[in-house]
Design a protein. Structure first.
Length: 72
């Protein structure tokens, strides 16, 4: 079962770290963007802005199977 949640953690240096999945690497593992802020509310605001920007962009790299690529 996949993990769900906000991926926000408090670091030892006192800052908050947020992790956002942005796509996949060539080996199939997830790629992440890391955001940092000194306050939890500030980090949540940054993450919300990033999510809205990401939703407005089109997907540039689609995962295709070999069969789909050969037919297209």
């Amino acid at each position: 079962m996949p993990k769900r949640g906000s991926n926000i953690y408090k670091r030892k240096d006192g800052r908050y770290e947020g992790r956002i999945a942005i796509g996949y690497k060539e080996d199939g593992s997830r790629r992440y963007k890391f955001l940092y802020d000194h306050t939890l509310s500030g980090l949540k605001e940054k993450m919300a802005q990033f999510y809205t920007i990401r939703q407005n962009q089109t997907v540039s790299s689609l995962k295709l199977t070999v069969q789909d690529a050969a037919e297209g």
